[in-house]
Design a binder for this molecule. Structure first.
Ligand SMILES: [Zn+2]
Length: 321
């Protein structure tokens, strides 16, 4: 099992994002858990982990939820609890999908106290589907909870937003990332120098997921940080602007092989392109930026993470040729 799965936070205390930890603590303390949430924020910031913790708190059989020992908690951890329905709105975005979902909502839970619907990438729902969902969000049956998660809250319709309790996820601060890694370092008894740890935190750029991935790589080969040849974005852009397709693809593959993540790499390219665009006002750059933004969007739904960026590179290099 990868570190990311093995060390997913299982309790509120283990949540490393301070603001989220505090909001959730207050909600649970109040004893009145809302029936519809909106978790909004970038990828890799722990939305799914928090959704599962919340599901456990609602359905745990012990007095101090989540106990992480009862049947409910364990099956949620293992992802096989039949009353926790995780759906990806990217592939279930139409009105028929929402109608089918609404049919199942009326049925009481099989074993748990409540059924919990976790709807990921909720902004991908069509307007029709969003409207169909609205009525249920307004008056959910007492045995139903909704957790909508999204990386693009601005794309959700206002009425859906207004009927949910918003929890904002942001990029992790270096301290928050450190807290997250510290838990793993301790349990795995890893030996890591302070400067190595800081390097990993810096490279992860606010993504817990990336930080944990990098730490895992480090645990297998502590030299990897030294050997890592960081992605040289300037160098890459020169090749790209010269429309040297082969070289550009090789550079991306090398970057990934040496531990860069596609999310960070894409962001770095975009940042550089932005400053170049402002500097030169070159219209051609607009097209290139659009291709890469498109790749970033597709990145959320593709199983092959480097594919969208490679498609963008090919489209750009073959343009007007
Ligand atoms: Zn429990």
């Amino acid at each position: 099992m990868t570190y990311y799965l093995k060390y997913r936070p299982q309790t509120i205390e283990e949540l490393d994002m301070q603001s989220v930890r505090e909001s959730l603590t207050n909600i649970v303390k109040s004893g009145n858990i809302p029936h519809a949430f909106l978790f909004a924020g970038p990828k890799g910031t722990g939305k799914t982990s928090v959704a599962r913790i919340l599901a456990k708190i609602i359905n745990c059989e012990s007095k101090n939820p989540p106990c992480n020992k009862c049947e409910q908690c364990l099956s949620i951890t293992n992802g096989n609890n039949i009353d926790i329905i995780e759906m990806d709105a990217a592939s279930n975005r139409g009105i028929d999908d929402i109608r089918a979902l609404k049919d199942t909502i009326r049925l009481t839970p099989s074993k748990a106290k409540a059924k919990i619907y976790i709807l990921d990438e909720a902004h991908m729902l069509t307007i029709e589907a969003s409207n169909a969902l609205l009525k249920t969000l307004e008056e959910p049956p007492s045995h139903v909870y909704f957790i909508l998660a999204t990386t693009n809250p601005e794309k959700l319709i206002e009425t859906v937003k207004s009927r949910t309790v918003l929890i904002s996820f942001t990029k992790a601060t270096p301290e928050e990332t450190k807290r997250s890694l510290a838990r793993i370092i301790k349990k795995e008894e890893l030996k890591i120098k302070n400067e190595e740890l800081n390097e990993i935190i810096k490279m992860s750029k606010g993504s817990f997921r990336d930080a944990v991935k990098l730490l895992e790589q480090f645990s297998k080969d502590s030299n990897f940080l030294k050997s890592i040849k960081l992605f040289d974005v300037q160098d890459f852009l020169e090749v790209l602007l010269a429309k040297n397709l082969k070289e550009a693809i090789i550079k991306i593959e090398n970057a990934l092989r040496s531990g860069c993540t596609i999310v960070n790499t894409t962001e770095e390219i975009l940042e550089k392109l932005q400053s170049k665009l402002i500097e030169t006002e070159d219209r051609n750059l607009v097209t290139l930026i659009e291709y890469i933004l498109e790749a970033q969007e597709f990145n959320k739904v593709t199983p092959i993470e480097e594919l969208p960026l490679e498609v963008a590179i090919v489209k750009w290099c073959k343009l007007d040729k």
